[in-house]
Design a protein around this ligand. Sequence first.
Ligand SMILES: C[S@@+](CC[C@H](N)C(=O)[O-])C[C@H]1O[C@@H](n2cnc3c(N)ncnc32)[C@H](O)[C@@H]1O
Length: 190
Amino acid sequence: MLPDERRFDHKKMHALIGPEREARWNPIRFLSKLGIQPGQSVLDLGSGPGFWSLPLAEIIGPKGIVWALDVSQEMLDLLAQRNPPTQVHLLRAELPKIELPNSSLDWIWAAFVMHEVTPPEELASEMRRLLKENGTVAILDWRPDAVNEAGPPRHHRMSVDQITKYMHDSGFESVKQTWQDDDTYLLEAQ
Ligand SMILES: C[S@@+](CC[C@H](N)C(=O)[O-])C[C@H]1O[C@@H](n2cnc3c(N)ncnc32)[C@H](O)[C@@H]1O
């Protein structure tokens, strides 16, 4: 596999599940606003060590399924050590290709990963292929015009307008920014 300078360095993976991040995001509360239902199927794209995968598993419950997809075996190994419940399935894959069936997912959750993947338009098409007709993609990512300095280099980040165009071009009819703070934004596409 070719190294990719945009990719999050797995040596820093413990920071992704630290108490500061937990306090900043309160992932259960944040995800609860999306309307994900028990029994649904969710793909956690670029799951890392499962900061969002474990709360997603709690929301969808034992009858649902969470695919935790990441290219990094180290990330997935750390997730496995965190004792995920049986509804969490680990999937090692290099985006934009995703080996899951057409129209098989209710939700795709993409937190801080879209700006790391090239080409993003291929990822958008894969997401459209995988989602059920009434499924939703939720993308949480860094603003290029963020107020604070934390996060990836600004020239790696994608604006809401850029992602919106990729999503529309891939067949998503509705793409809305539903939340933002000083540094990040949430987009929902259907
Ligand atoms: C910044 S981390 C975010 C992890 C997680 N979503 C979170 O918010 O805690 C980005 C993750 O995406 C993964 N990733 C980056 N490029 C990828 C690719 N092309 N295919 C699969 N995973 C990728 C990285 O290995 C890393 O775990």
